[in-house]
Design a protein around this ligand. Structure first.
Ligand code: 4AD
Ligand code: MG
Length: 462
């Protein structure tokens, strides 16, 4: 078998030769004695044009009646077509029909809305848009591994089932084998998790960071790349219950190093995808988000902006009439605020740093002002926050006090405190939401359209 991608990339190896290509029918046009099929075999964004003639095919009549979505195998000679839209076509001398796709197939040749296509997530990767999205997703994942591996980072597989709540936001999915209709109870009526599978309460992880830190204290530079889970009750276009996160952790490094790493990584991934998926990126640029390529080009060729949370609040206060939510020092930035900063003020990626300690997680390093922490969020136009990171509190006494203040059990986190006690060092890290990165790369505006089978509030189909 020959692959369509190879035909397009190195046509000289195939022109004039007899080849066999299996694939799926995208369109069929026929007149009485000949016809054309647009064939896609999944290896490439573009289709191969097949020409078939009555005199040459035993089964001309069946082929002329082929339906969209049918799977076939074509044998023929590849010939150049210098005056046509496509550089070559395959003149068929045999077409075998493997599956004749019935007429109730939902993906007929017309435009379908993203909403409709979500209801057929098992079929949508066959459309142009989703073929482009999921090839870009695959390439971006590879680019991220390539970026970190080239820099000597060790890839760590952190656990998905956990007993700790990294972000402390209480948005965890329980993992239990207890019969929750009739759970065992302790004397005071609480559910008795000591009888559960792990003999304690456990959940799906919201982040691999804490266990990632343990490995950074051994390997210096590590990263994780895996699924994370959040039971956030936010039915938005940017939140999924199951999403993938990339979390590097770097020892002997501070917040500045962390931001440099994030900026380098994002630029690297953009470059890689633009270079390795030119057809797909051109498609997004033309049909999904006009100006995407120019914008990404600017991102790669300029420095990201930096602003403190306090400065951001000042800017937002001056424009407070524009917002639904109030702007107050101490309150978390809402999506509308984040988007204003990055889309209206800077028109490029912006690091917002030094957030109030009360609205950030327990592990973030307290700044000298004793009010803010060495945190950073990276905001980008069109999406908002795509990265959250921080320098970690490495000072054991301060961390212990903070955990006491926040009501966290030092017993449960003894292992985490050990990382400070034994050879603890300055260190930092961040989490990149992979789906949000794909939204940014493609211009797709709903998270449900960049993950193969989305899990969101109220929806877990397939
Ligand atoms: O800002 P977050 O909560 O940071 C952490 O989890 C840290 N432990 C990361 C670290 O420092 N190692 O989440 C990181 C990123 C967000 O910026 C966002 O892009 C993404 O994860 N994210 C989500 N993506 C999709 N759906 C959700 N519900 C998400 N929640 C967070
Ligand atoms: Mg965050």
């Amino acid at each position: 078998y020959s692959e369509i991608k190879k035909l397009f990339r190195t046509p000289d190896e195939y022109i004039g030769k007899t080849i066999t290509v299996p694939g799926w029918v995208k369109t069929v046009r026929d007149s009485k004695t000949f016809g054309f099929i647009e064939l896609n075999d999944g290896t490439f964004f573009r289709n191969l044009q097949i020409v078939f003639e009555e005199g040459k095919l035993e089964n001309f009549k069946e082929v002329a009646k082929l339906s969209v979505g049918s799977s076939i195998e074509v044998e023929g000679i590849l010939v150049e077509t210098p005056n046509a839209k496509q550089p070559f076509e395959l003149k068929a001398n045999r077409i075998s029909i493997e599956n004749l796709c019935p007429a109730d197939y939902q993906l007929q040749k017309k435009r379908h809305s993203f909403e409709f296509l979500r209801t057929i997530s098992h079929l949508r990767p066959r459309t142009n848009t989703f073929s482009a999205v999921f090839r870009v997703r695959s390439l971006a994942a590879f680019a991220i591994h390539k970026f970190f591996q080239e820099r000597g980072f060790v890839y760590v597989h952190t656990p998905l089932i956990t007993g700790s709540d990294c972000e402390g936001a209480g948005q965890m999915f329980r993992v239990t084998t207890l019969d929750m209709k009739n759970p065992p109870r302790t004397e005071n009526g609480d559910i008795d998790y000591s009888q559960d599978f792990f003999e304690k309460e456990t959940s799906l992880t919201v982040s691999g960071q804490l266990t990632g830190e343990a490995y950074a204290m051994a390997f210096k530079n590590i990263y994780t790349f895996g699924p994370t889970f959040r039971a956030e009750n936010s039915n938005t276009a940017r939140h999924a219950a199951e999403f993938w996160m990339i979390e590097p952790e770097i020892a002997f490094s501070d917040l500045k190093d962390d931001m440099m790493l994030a900026e380098d990584m994002l630029k690297y991934v953009i470059n890689y995808v633009v270079e390795n998926a030119p057809e797909e990126m051109q498609f997004f640029n033309s049909f999904v988000d006009k100006g995407l390529l120019e914008r990404l080009d600017n991102v790669v060729n300029s420095d990201f902006a930096h602003i403190t949370y306090t400065e951001a609040i000042e800017i937002l206060k001056k424009n407070k009439d524009k917002f639904e939510y109030p702007v107050e020092w101490g309150a978390d930035l809402q999506t509308e605020h984040e988007r204003y900063i990055t889309e209206q003020v800077y028109k490029k990626p912006v690091f917002v740093t030094d957030y109030p300690k009360e609205i950030k997680a327990f592990y973030m390093r307290i700044n000298d002002d004793n009010k803010t922490v060495a945190a950073m969020d990276l905001l980008v136009p069109g999406v908002g926050e795509i990265i959250g990171g921080s320098q970690r509190e490495e000072r054991l006494d301060i961390l212990e006090k903070k955990m006491d203040d926040m009501g966290l059990s030092k017993e449960d986190y003894q292992w985490y405190l050990d990382l400070r006690k034994y050879g603890g060092t300055k260190h930092a890290g961040f989490g990149l939401g992979f789906e949000r990165a794909i939204m940014y790369l493609t211009g797709i505006t709903n998270i449900r359209d960049v993950i193969p089978f989305a899990r969101t509030t109220g929806s877990c189909e397939f």
